[in-house]
Design a protein around this ligand. Structure first.
Ligand code: ADP
Ligand code: MG
Length: 293
């Protein structure tokens, strides 16, 4: 394409809410045949709500909410906000944790009111040799079958509660997937969330391939593996945990509603956080390069 065509393409992109980092970015779209979609915040709104609290026998719901809410109040994760907001709404106030740490892709841990508390995936509990008692494991399975994310809460060495959180699929996501397919791209849903939730979201938006339970630092390896299979990969994401994968992808598309880390790592930004703009971007780039009409 001529420099003028590239400039026109870039300008048209801005009108469509697509910020392109440079003309060379358009060139990367030529061979793209696979589009990896992050789930939380990209295909779904990322605004989660706390829907239910299940407690082990002898555990008080208010205790579970207070200890989990206090820790999650210190985290920026969408799940953390849902838990902290849900707890605040029920209890009115939350104590400040004495100690707090994020465990990326797994949850949070810390000390609240003198108790060592864990909130997150069952895998986080397993790292401390804890597991859900039978009743809570059942609640977790039922929640996941319903497409919700189940978060385990443990303190003083015992798993004591399961929290159900969920966010909604964006109402533009299914159409976006149809448009990406119409451009000949194969969509893949990639997430750190569990398989059942991922499958349920994938079904809702029309994606068949799912890669779930991927730790933040491993998302980039998924992209590398697809590239090693000879695929040319576009990746759409919004989180800090997507940044490395966005940089590795042949074309990285960052949600403008997402984190600065993702926006910096991407080749282009979908300003409005509307996944349909991913299809617009690829179509525009191809048209600018004269590969389609
Ligand atoms: P995604 O890839 O969908 O954006 P993440 O990699 O951020 O998700 O998180 C993966 C999983 O780790 C979540 O689905 C959740 O089970 C758990 N998790 C991460 N952070 C937290 C947190 N602050 N509180 C509870 N659970 C968490
Ligand atoms: Mg995300």
């Amino acid at each position: 394409a001529t420099p003028t065509a590239l400039m026109v393409g870039t300008g048209r992109g801005a009108q469509l809410g697509i910020l392109i980092k440079g003309p060379e970015v358009l060139e990367s779209t030529r061979r793209v045949d696979t589009v990896v979609l992050d789930k939380t915040g990209t295909v779904t709104t990322g605004r989660m709500t706390l829907l239910a609290v299940h407690t082990a026998e002898g555990t008080d719901e208010a205790d579970a909410l207070r200890l989990a809410g206090a820790l999650e109040h210190s985290s920026e994760h969408p799940i953390a906000r849902a838990v902290a907001d849900g707890a605040l709404e029920k209890l009115g106030a939350l104590p400040a944790p004495e100690d707090f740490a994020n465990v990326p892709g797994l949850g949070v841990q810390g000390v609240v009111e003198g108790h060592a508390v864990l909130v997150g995936r069952e895998r986080l509990l397993a790292d401390w040799a804890m597991r859900l008692p039978e009743g809570l494991a059942g609640a977790r399975a039922a929640a996941e079958d319903a497409g919700r994310t189940a978060i385990a809460v443990a303190w003083d060495g015992e798993a004591r509660a399961v929290l159900e959180v969920a966010d909604a699929v964006k109402d533009t996501s299914a159409e976006a997937v149809r448009r990406l397919r119409a451009l000949g791209l194969t969509p893949i849903l990639l997430t750190g969330d569990n398989e059942a939730v991922a499958r349920s979201v994938a079904r809702e938006v029309g994606v068949e391939e799912v890669i779930a339970e991927v730790l933040p630092q491993d998302k980039v390896d998924v992209v590398k593996r697809l590239q090693a299979e000879g695929r040319s990969v576009a990746m759409v994401g919004d989180g800090v945990n997507d940044a490395a994968a966005l940089a590795q992808a042949d074309l990285g598309l960052a949600m403008g509603t997402g984190t600065d880390a993702a926006i910096e790592a991407g080749d282009l930004t979908l300003v409005r956080g509307d996944l349909r703009a991913a299809a617009d971007a690829i179509r525009l780039a191809r048209r600018t390069l004269g590969t389609i009409r």
